[in-house]
Design a protein around this ligand. Structure first.
Ligand SMILES: Nc1ncnc2c1ncn2[C@@H]1O[C@H](COP(=O)(O)OP(=O)(O)OP(=O)(O)O)[C@@H](O)[C@H]1O
Ligand SMILES: [Mg+2]
Length: 239
């Protein structure tokens, strides 16, 4: 279906270390439609980051099928995976992952260089997304000259810059205090309102309410799925 950004069927992932087999994902079926904001919740070690890594083509599943933006990506060569990842996926990490000796503007520009976008268009995109996250005034700063909340806003701008099909965020508030955590979540919610498709991992229950759907993982399996704002919607219509 054209509307589906993510479609996973029977995805499994097993890690082998020494003599130990860890079943990180045990048969995940998951679909995310264009424009959805999905939160993946569950206790530590249940497979959330593993799932997001596979979604973002940072890691391969052991079995199952995966279609990203209408294309089967389950068994692509590494170079082709990298190309698709650069074009279709924007990542936001808990630890921001900005490059320390590059300025804010250079960090945001980097994925656009990888994507082969020309200089003029890159400049325009960088200015646009930094404006979007209200970081234009810090364009020339280095990451260590910014607060944690500001660094995460720059990381969000970087993820947005290439206009990806989906934004993947792994514990985006994990390194932020609650005020900055809320602000980062407000920004994601705003991007969602403007049409972005987002899949976020969190073990902080408070932030599930920002999503339009919550998927609960336990021991590498989907155990529950519900519309996050259902109760809020009921309250709004006075039911
Ligand atoms: N590289 C690896 N090698 C071996 N086992 C791994 C590896 N990465 C993850 N695992 C195991 O796979 C399981 C799922 O890990 P994952 O990182 O996906 O959990 P998570 O839900 O993101 O947890 P957290 O909330 O703590 O971030 C865990 O049991 C973990 O120990
Ligand atoms: Mg994790």
């Amino acid at each position: 279906m054209e509307n589906q950004v993510i479609k996973m069927q029977a995805i499994t992932k097993v890690y082998h270390t020494d003599d130990i087999e860890t079943h990180a994902l045990s048969g995940i079926d998951l679909e995310i439609n264009k424009g959805e904001f999905v939160s993946i919740a569950g206790p530590s070690g249940c497979g959330k980051s593993t799932l997001l890594s596979i979604m973002g083509l940072l890691d391969d599943a052991n079995s199952g099928t995966y279609q990203l933006n209408g294309r089967d990506v389950s068994s692509l060569a590494v170079a082709e995976q990298t190309r698709i990842r650069n074009r279709e996926v924007g990542f936001i990490f808990q630890s921001f992952n900005l490059i320390s000796d590059m300025s804010v503007a250079e960090n945001v520009e980097l994925p656009l260089i990888y994507a082969g976008i020309g200089k003029k268009q890159r400049r325009e995109r960088v200015a646009e997304v930094l404006e979007r996250v209200q970081m234009s005034h810090r364009m020339k700063h280095l990451p260590n000259q910014l607060s944690g909340g500001q660094q995460q806003r720059v990381a969000i701008a970087r993820a947005l810059a290439g206009k990806p099909a989906i934004l993947l965020a792994d514990e985006p508030t994990g390194n932020l205090d609650s005020r900055n955590g809320e602000k980062a979540m407000d920004l994601l919610a705003e991007l969602h309102e403007l049409g972005a498709t987002i899949c976020m991992v969190t073990h902080d229950e408070r932030y599930n309410s920002f999503a339009s759907r919550v998927i609960h993982l336990f021991d590498g399996k989907v155990v529950d799925e519900h519309v996050a704002s259902y109760e809020q919607e009921l309250a709004m219509v006075g039911a």
